[in-house]
Design a protein around this ligand. Structure first.
Ligand SMILES: C[S@@+](CC[C@H](N)C(=O)[O-])C[C@H]1O[C@@H](n2cnc3c(N)ncnc32)[C@H](O)[C@@H]1O
Length: 266
C-alpha cells in the first residue's frame, strides 16, 4: 500500500477551479476579515474543500461544486437556540453556518478520511483539520472539533437537536449503524438533516446502489452507496426515524444527490 505522505508516485488530477455557484453559497456567510488576514488564511491551507467568503473578493478555493440546493435547510429557524452535531465536517462550513445562525452549541466531527482521498486524487498532503482550524481562529468560533468516526458519536456524552449529515452516508461501510448512532444522539424532537449520494433508480424502489471502487470519482475508493428516497425511508424506519421528508433530488456535476430530513414519528 502507498504511504499517503509519498504523493509523488500517485497519478493525480488537477485541483478544480472553484465554481461560481459555490461562491454564491459562501456569500451566505460573509466573514468580513481584513484583506491581508483573509489572504494569509486562504494561502495557509494547500487544499480547501469548502469555499469561504473571507473578505470582499477573497475566497478560499474550495473544490465542492455546488451546494446551493442545501440552502433551504440551513435557515436560522433550524439552528437558533439549538445544539448541533455536524458529522463529516471537513473544513466545517456547515458547522460555522449553524453557529452564526444562532446555534447555542456546535460539535464538528470528522475521522479525517479525506486526507487519504485528497492525497490520492490531487497529490496534496493535508494536515488534519487545517482548514477548520484556520477558519475557527479567524472567526473566533466556539465550535468544538473532534477527530472521531461518526459511528462513535455515542461516546459524546450529550444529545443534539440537529444532526447534520452531509456528504458522508454514502462513504460509510455501514449506513444503518451510522444512522442509528445519529438517532441515538438526538434529543426528543430532534432531527437528522441528511444529504447524500442519490440514485437514478425509480424513487419508490427500496434498493441501495453499490458502487465499485473509483466508479463515482476516479481514485476515490470511499463512495459505496447510492440512495433512493424509498431506501432512505426504510433505513430511517430501521433506526426509529420513520418521519422522512425528502426536500430535493438534484443532479450536480453529473452526480445524483438527495436531501432529506429524518425525524422520529413518536
Ligand atoms: C465529501 S466530505 C463532505 C464535507 C461536508 N460534510 C460537506 O458535505 O460539505 C466527507 C467528509 O466526511 C468525512 N468522513 C467520511 N467518513 C467518515 C466517518 N465514518 N466518520 C467521520 N467522518 C467521516 C471525510 O473525512 C470528509 O471530511
Amino acid at each position: 500500500m502507498l504511504e499517503v505522505s509519498d504523493t509523488s508516485a500517485l497519478v493525480v488530477e488537477p485541483i478544480p477551479e472553484t465554481s461560481l455557484d459555490e461562491r454564491l453559497v459562501a456569500d451566505t456567510w460573509a466573514i468580513g476579515a481584513p484583506a491581508g488576514e483573509a489572504e494569509r488564511v486562504r494561502d495557509s491551507v494547500p487544499l480547501w474543500f469548502h469555499t469561504f467568503a473571507l473578505s470582499p473578493g477573497v475566497y478560499t478555493p474550495g473544490i465542492a461544486r455546488d451546494h446551493r440546493y442545501r440552502l433551504p435547510v440551513l435557515g436560522a429557524d433550524r439552528f437558533a437556540g439549538r445544539s448541533v452535531l455536524d458529522v463529516g465536517a471537513f473544513d466545517g462550513f456547515y458547522s460555522f453556518v449553524a453557529e452564526t445562525r444562532g446555534a447555542r452549541r456546535v460539535v464538528a466531527v470528522d475521522n479525517e478520511q479525506y486526507i487519504d482521498w485528497v492525497a490520492a486524487r490531487f497529490g496534496v498532503t493535508l494536515e488534519a483539520g487545517a482548514g477548520f482550524r484556520a477558519i475557527a481562529e479567524l472567526t473566533d468560533s466556539q465550535v468544538e472539533y473532534r477527530r472521531m468516526d461518526a459511528l462513535d458519536v455515542r461516546e459524546l456524552d450529550e444529545q443534539f437537536d440537529v444532526a447534520l449529515c452531509f456528504g458522508i452516508l454514502h462513504r460509510v461501510t455501514d449506513p444503518v449503524a451510522m444512522l442509528r448512532a445519529l438517532a441515538d444522539r438526538l434529543s426528543p424532537g430532534g432531527e437528522v438533516v441528511l444529504e447524500t449520494y442519490g440514485s437514478r433508480l425509480p424513487e419508490d424502489v427500496p434498493a441501495l446502489e453499490v458502487h465499485a471502487p473509483g466508479d463515482v470519482y476516479a481514485r476515490d475508493d470511499f463512495v459505496y452507496w447510492g440512495f433512493t428516497p424509498e431506501s432512505l425511508r426504510r433505513l430511517g424506519c430501521v433506526v426509529g426515524l420513520e418521519d422522512i421528508e425528502v426536500i430535493d433530488q438534484v443532479e450536480i456535476d453529473g452526480h445524483p444527490r438527495i436531501l432529506a430530513v429524518l425525524r422520529s414519528a413518536r
